[in-house]
Design a protein around this ligand. Structure first.
Ligand SMILES: Cc1cc2nc3c(=O)[nH]c(=O)nc-3n(C[C@H](O)[C@H](O)[C@H](O)COP(=O)(O)OP(=O)(O)OC[C@H]3O[C@@H](n4cnc5c(N)ncnc54)[C@H](O)[C@@H]3O)c2cc1C
Length: 614
């Protein structure tokens, strides 16, 4: 039997191809059907959309809801909030576009059966904070997935998409994607007129605090493997703000969320000696970022900064003061339920460490960095904005279309728009889908063509690690270290170590500089060379291999962006030791990159930030 003998090639045609069936992907699939009644809508997902993506485990709050029906907030308010939190740099057109539509998304969730808590006095949704509403969200994802399943013509679960396909007739136009079934090994070729990438963010780019047997315990989902970035990067789509990685302050060891604690339970933090510490670092922070420290609310990165400084000064650990709030039985219940709906692991960690938050103030810590576009950070693809709102320079096609024709994105995939969270990601999926349907309808007969040669060549590349292993394993008699292949776990650990030590991870206290970044790029380049020698023992390891490819390409992008931006814009997320201050004069701009897969070179440029809202 030849290398690919026994494996089927399955060719699927789609009008709209949605890659990734998480929050954004379900939104895109749902909305595609609304506007494209007769279109073939295909959603392809590497897990199972029933429980996939960052919301797999459930959530306790929807973090983006305006409450316009009650006059609580207006879309402009949300843009101001996100801009402030991101130290001035957001795509206001994209953010406004999500904010003006997000409430309708949340109302749909409720209609579909998501229990949203209500304030018994006002009858309105129970607020956790200005933007957050509280839900009984253990089944959030299955509820959202049901809507997508009913809307889709076909959902393909367990297919990892590895590459996009390009049109043979028109340069810079997408034509589909390829991948493999992680259970059967079958090779899938999707021919799509429009492609919407919704493949989530990236964990395990930087070395996590939990290593060894605990390495699956990261804050962001361990299965978020940077495909959202690598797929568009491979075909030359421009990326933005990839340096804007996020570091989260969370409960130690379980990464339990702190939002409900701060906002709803009104808990607060102290240093190891029971002292308030944030004010102590006011002058220090002001010297770095000027009056951004005086903004309200204090930007997330700057709150991290105070924690990092206090711990470095020897006064850790930082603790969340829960002892007071937990004396109130209602708050105690909310505190525990908050974990049961989305991070059960934190409750288990506390139980295993004899921590009852009624008696002990639990420790907080800062996480390793993650790359994503939907939380308090905005890495991702550079996308065209809404026709009625985006400045001319941000419009080159259809809403949420990347710089590659026919290639759309939403959620973590799209850059420049922080604070969309679960509801905003679904909403952005809907926005992208509406535009993609229009794109397909207006395309007429000029449809993209896929080259058989291209996908057959890719097929060889995709399955090669199985062959490398089959041949190379004969050279070892014991253990896992081979002279001729590299296992995915080894490659992943090597990647994480490079990113950690050279690009500003936990072991350098998030510090990097030009010299380190240059060396980091050299080392990433060497890892890239070795990727041809990956060995995969089975289909599971083949998936790990391709996840590593995607993480590596995204890491390269992060490193180039970090090198390009010669300032420290977000202290607390990372520091450029050679440019320690925020520099609005030169860097009040977006950073853009473009990768050329033929030469392996990256081009960097600046793009203006337009403040549309006062
Ligand atoms: C710990 C945690 C807590 C959070 N808390 C909240 C909260 O309280 N409230 C809130 O509103 N939001 C919260 N969020 C944010 C929210 O989960 C994200 O904003 C949202 O899920 C992003 O949507 P997405 O579709 O971009 O990514 P995801 O929902 O992660 O979906 C990505 C999908 O793509 C699939 N995929 C990935 N790669 C491939 C590939 N190569 N081929 C095929 N499929 C692929 C994945 O399996 C996944 O299904 C939280 C996130 C995390 C991780």
């Amino acid at each position: 039997m030849g290398l690919f003998g026994g494996r089927k090639t399955i060719i699927v045609d789609a009008d709209i191809l949605v890659i990734g069936g998480g929050m954004a992907g379900c939104g895109a699939t749902y909305e595609s059907r609304y506007w494209g009644r007769d279109l073939k809508i295909v959603c392809v997902e590497k897990a199972n959309i029933e429980r996939s993506g960052a919301v797999a485990q459930g959530l306790y709050a929807i973090n983006c809801y305006m409450g316009m029906q009650w006059g609580e907030n207006q879309p402009e308010d949300h843009v101001r909030y996100a801009r402030n939190d991101l130290m001035g740099l957001v795509r206001e057109d994209l953010g406004y576009d999500i904010a003006r539509h997000v409430d309708s998304t949340v109302h749909k969730f409720e209609e579909w059966g998501l229990p949203i808590m209500r304030d018994p006095k006002t009858g309105r949704y129970q607020r956790e904070g200005k933007w957050q509403i509280m839900i009984h969200g253990e089944s959030y994802k299955p509820i959202v997935a049901e809507a997508a399943r009913k809307a889709a013509t076909e959902v393909y679960n367990r297919i990892m998409v590895t590459h996009l396909l390009m049109d043979t007739k028109k340069t810079n136009r997408v034509a589909g994607a390829v991948g493999f079934n992680v259970r059967t090994g079958d090779f899938y070729v999707f021919r799509g007129k429009a492609v919407i990438v919704c493949a989530g963010g990236a964990s395990h780019i930087f070395k996590p605090r939990s290593v060894g047997e605990g390495m699956g315990r990261t804050w962001y989902a361990p299965w978020s493997s940077a495909s959202a970035y690598a797929l568009p990067i491979q075909v030359g789509a421009k990326m933005t703000q990839m340096e804007n990685r996020i570091v989260l302050t969370r409960f130690k060891d379980g990464y339990g969320p702190v939002g409900a604690y701060f906002l709803h339970l009104k808990t607060y933090t102290q240093n190891g000696y029971g002292e308030e510490y944030e004010k102590r670092w006011y002058e220090d922070t002001k010297a770095l970022v000027g009056d951004y420290i005086d903004r309200h609310p204090v930007p997330t990165c700057l709150r991290n900064h105070a924690i990092l400084k206090e711990v470095a000064a020897g006064r850790g650990p930082i603790r969340m003061v829960t002892k007071e709030a937990f004396q109130d039985p209602h708050k105690e219940t909310v505190g525990w339920e908050n974990f049961l709906g989305m991070t059960i692991g934190q409750a288990v960690v506390w139980a295993s460490q004899n921590i009852d938050p009624k008696d002990i103030n639990p420790e907080l810590t800062t996480s390793e960095p993650y790359v994503m576009g939907s939380h308090a950070t905005c890495s991702g693809a550079w996308a065209s904005g809404p026709e009625d709102y985006a400045p001319a320079e941000y419009q080159w096609g259809y809403n949420r279309m990347m710089t590659v024709e026919g290639l759309f994105g939403a959620g973590d995939t799209i850059g420049g728009t922080a604070h969309k969270f679960s509801s905003g990601s679904f909403t952005e999926g809907r926005i992208a889908a509406k535009a993609a349907v229009r794109y397909v309808n207006e395309m007429g007969k000029a449809q993209p063509q896929v080259s058989e040669q291209e996908y057959r060549d890719l097929e060889k590349v995709i399955y090669q690690p199985l062959e490398n292993y089959r041949v190379g394993r004969n050279e070892i008699v014991a253990g896992t270290v081979s002279p001729s292949y590299l296992l995915p776990i080894h490659g992943l650990q090597r990647l994480e170590k490079i990113m950690d030590e050279y690009v500003g991870g936990i072991s350098t206290n998030y510090m990097t500089n030009g010299v380190l970044l240059d060396r980091g790029l050299e080392l990433l380049g060497m890892l890239k060379e070795d990727m041809d020698h990956m060995g995969a023992e089975d289909l599971h390891q083949l998936q790990r291999t391709w996840e590593l490819h995607h993480r590596l390409l995204a890491s390269e992008s992060v490193t180039h962006h970090t090198l390009f931006r010669k300032e420290t814009r977000w202290p607390g997320y990372y520091y450029r030791g050679d440019h320690m201050k925020l520099d609005d004069e030169n860097w009040h701009c977006f950073t853009l990159s473009r990768y050329d897969r033929n030469t392996g070179k990256w081009e960097m440029e600046k793009a203006p930030v337009y403040h549309i809202i006062d």
